[in-house]
Design a protein around this ligand. Structure first.
Ligand code: ADP
Length: 418
């Protein structure tokens, strides 16, 4: 009785498991490919190995890696599926062993010439992706010492090819993802640059408008007062929007822009007098502040912390209906000071809790939204908190509004020095 699938010895098996672990963790495609071929050659005791991958568009194979350096012109050289050994392995989707390539009409001498190698025999196996479709060919060339490849070599190469196929697909996906991410970041940067320029340009004419409207309002009779008040309100609103845009500059300047000093967070929040906030009052909302009993010294840039807290309060007011409740709490949590702001508003879907901190991200579609804003406040808050070495996150259940929490390291005297 012939043994169809001889068991690989334990040592080879253990080696393959180790290789699988390493390959799956490698996301750089060219490192991955050269690792696969060096393992293939070593495990099957071949003089060389090579990988050809299928281009999904052209449906041709391309040499991607070889024990001998693949010259760039060869990497570009297409190997047709119809009249090549690798093509036959891929289209028939089965391993092949060509003991003497010179006797095979599909053998292409040009490849040997290009890499200065003389191929005698080829053991080739198809590589598969997760969906079990053939995506390439892994070849071991010339058994060292001139003998024949064994059935174990064939088994080993097949297992390696499958591990490699999945790892290659994973690396490709990873690269695509990285590229998509880079493109998105580039787009964000474009928007940020645009906003920086626009806000800068808008500031000067707006100050002129504000100045003149205030002057005209003071000079006008009572009959025009309401109209001027409306214009003034709109201009002030525009100024807050522009301020948000300008705040991006702080963030982009990084830590260089921070003027940190020891501040008592309790005192800072108390002095901001959030309970008397005018926008909350205009929506008949109550702001309730609960402060830790005692000092909570933190090393922060006070102006920036006020911008952060201001942004969070603006959002709480904006996304909470008329008459709602806003609770602010400052407490000690171990070696940190925690600032909480909780509202009774519309809440945030759970799958958006991280995304809302990205620049320009808004839960509602920007074109259909009912609330004003540009999707910058939270990203600025997050980037500023992180510049301080702190953390910020959101919690929410749709029925019970949202809560934002900032954690900052306390400036405590070293312990054990009593
Ligand atoms: P903006 O408020 O200008 O849209 P932000 O960056 O401050 O931008 O917030 C991003 C998005 O996060 C908002 O558009 C909103 O969808 C959501 N969000 C922020 N704060 C709250 C909150 N307190 N309640 C509900 N949703 C919120």
């Amino acid at each position: 009785m012939s043994v169809q699938h001889p068991k690989l010895n334990a040592k080879r098996m253990a080696r393959l498991v180790e290789i699988s672990r390493v390959l799956n963790a490698t996301t750089n495609l060219s490192h991955l490919l050269s690792r696969i071929i060096s393992e293939a050659a070593e495990l099957t005791q071949a003089e060389a190995a090579s990988i050809l991958l299928l281009d999904p568009k052209t449906q041709q194979l391309h040499f991607k890696a070889s024990s001998n350096k693949v010259p760039p012109e060869m990497a570009n050289m297409a190997v047709s599926l119809d009249d090549s050994i690798a093509g036959a392995i891929l289209t028939e989707n089965k391993p092949m062993y060509i003991q003497d390539v010179s006797q095979d009409s599909r053998w292409n001498q040009n490849v040997d010439d290009a890499i200065a190698f003389r191929t005698r025999s080829i053991l080739g196996v198809p590589m598969h992706n997760v969906a079990q479709e053939p995506v390439g060919v892994l070849e071991a060339l010339n058994k060292v010492g001139g003998g024949d490849f064994s059935v174990q070599d064939f088994e080993t190469l097949s297992i390696l090819a499958d591990i490699a196929g999945v790892a290659v697909e994973q690396a490709r996906l990873f690269n695509e993802l990285e590229q998509a991410n880079a493109e998105l970041n580039e787009l964000d940067q474009l928007k940020t640059d645009f906003i920086a320029i626009a806000s800068h340009e808008l500031r000067t004419p707006l100050s002129v408008i504000l100045g003149y409207v205030s002057f005209l309002r003071d000079e006008s009779g009572p009959e025009m007062m309401e109209q001027f008040d409306n214009v003034l309100q709109a201009a002030v609103h525009l100024r807050t929007l522009i301020q948000d845009m300008l705040n991006l500059r702080y963030v982009d300047a990084g830590t260089a822009q921070l003027t940190r000093q020891q501040v008592d967070l309790v005192e800072l929040v108390q002095d901001m007098n959030l309970e008397q906030d005018e926008t909350a009052a205009a929506k008949e909302q109550t702001v309730h502040v609960t402060l830790h009993d005692g000092n909570l010294p933190v090393l922060i840039d006070q102006d920036m912390m006020e911008v952060i807290i201001g942004n969070l309060l603006n959002n709480a007011v904006k996304f909470t209906p008329k008459g709602g409740q806003i609770g602010v709490k400052v407490q000690r949590q171990g070696r940190e000071a925690w600032f909480h702001i909780k509202d009774s508003g519309i809440g945030i879907p759970e799958d958006q809790l991280e995304r809302i901190f990205k620049r320009f991200y808004q839960v509602e579609s920007p074109l259909r939204r009912q609330h004003e804003g540009m999707g910058l406040g939270l990203s600025i808050a997050k980037e500023l908190v992180e510049l301080h070495g702190g953390r910020i996150w959101a919690e929410s259940s749709n029925q019970h509004g949202s809560e934002f929490i900032i954690a900052l390291r306390l400036e405590l005297p070293p312990t054990g020095l009593l």
